[in-house]
Ligand binder design. Structure first.
Ligand SMILES: NC(=O)c1ccc[n+]([C@@H]2O[C@H](COP(=O)([O-])OP(=O)(O)OC[C@H]3O[C@@H](n4cnc5c(N)ncnc54)[C@H](O)[C@@H]3O)[C@@H](O)[C@H]2O)c1
Length: 246
């Protein structure tokens, strides 16, 4: 599954699942632009890719804001060339009981987790249309499959991502562009450790008796980004160790 000659953008590539995805895409030959609000995290991912012999650039950008997304897109095109692989991964997860959830908190999560992928996809998809080839992989969440208390804002945003995936998949199916989503379930990342006080206990309740590794998700992302996945679109590829099906 070589990605040689392809340019990829991974949003939120400075940590966790995004970092692992950037590393695996680069290992397969893609040049990767690592976009993250956390510039240091993005630089660290790029250092690891370069140490392994890959090509990557780091760009500090807020992927939920129009101007930074436009600037990051222009820099990526100037330094790497047109982008035909996009991993919409940047996201936040904040637990809050619905009765205490404010309008501002709702808006923040919707803006970063749902509007961000819309803005980044809008900025980049022209390159895919020009190439007649593209792969968009959106990171959703297994919480959309289970429902989840204290996460109405997050589940609404990530559920929106699944709808967004299916809508774009149908709209661009005859243009050589596939659009899929991966809903991770309980993956050991800085985000998960910020939110879960006893990850070992939670992991012991998983069918596989372990948390997911960021690489588990990254390999699914790399498959969906590959030439071999050409006839797979609008799909939800669950990576959750057997916790939920579908
Ligand atoms: N870890 C899990 O168990 C899990 C489960 C389901 C879904 N997810 C989803 O996977 C994705 C990655 O999560 P993770 O666990 O690796 O989290 P993480 O916190 O380790 O990494 C997320 C990265 O996104 C960046 N980011 C956040 N907002 C941004 C913005 N506006 N612009 C640019 N970058 C931004 C952060 O700086 C961070 O580097 C998220 O979309 C998350 O919702 C994770």
């Amino acid at each position: 599954m070589s990605l040689e000659g392809r340019n990829a953008v991974v949003t939120g590539g400075g940590s966790g699942i995004g970092r692992a995805s950037a590393l695996v895409l680069a290992e397969r030959g893609a040049a990767v632009a690592v976009w993250d609000l956390n510039g240091e995290g993005a630089e660290e991912t790029v250092s690891r890719i370069r140490e392994a012999g890959g090509k990557a650039i780091a760009i500090e950008a807020d992927c939920a804001k129009t101007v930074p997304v436009a600037e990051a897109t222009a820099r990526t095109r100037a330094e790497l060339g047109p982008v035909t692989i996009l991993v919409n991964n940047a996201g936040i997860t904040k637990y809050k009981a619905f009765l205490e959830l404010s309008e501002e908190e709702w808006d923040e999560t919707i803006e970063i987790d749902l509007k961000g992928p819309f803005l980044v996809t809008k900025a980049i998809i022209g390159d895919m249309l020009d190439a007649g080839w593209g792969r968009i992989v959106n990171i959703s969440s297994s919480s959309t499959q289970s429902g989840s208390p204290n996460m109405a804002h997050y589940v609404a945003a990530k559920g929106g991502i699944i709808g967004f995936t299916k809508a774009l998949a149908t709209e661009f199916a005859d243009k050589g562009i596939t659009v899929n989503n991966v809903p991770p379930g309980f993956v050991d990342t800085p985000l998960m450790r910020r939110n879960v006080s006893d990850p070992v206990r939670v992991a012991s309740r998983m069918p596989m008796k372990r948390a997911g590794r960021p690489e588990d998700v990254a390999y699914a992302v790399a498959y969906l980004a590959s030439e071999e996945a050409a006839y797979v679109t609008g799909h939800t590829l669950s990576v959750n160790g057997g916790r939920f099906f579908g």
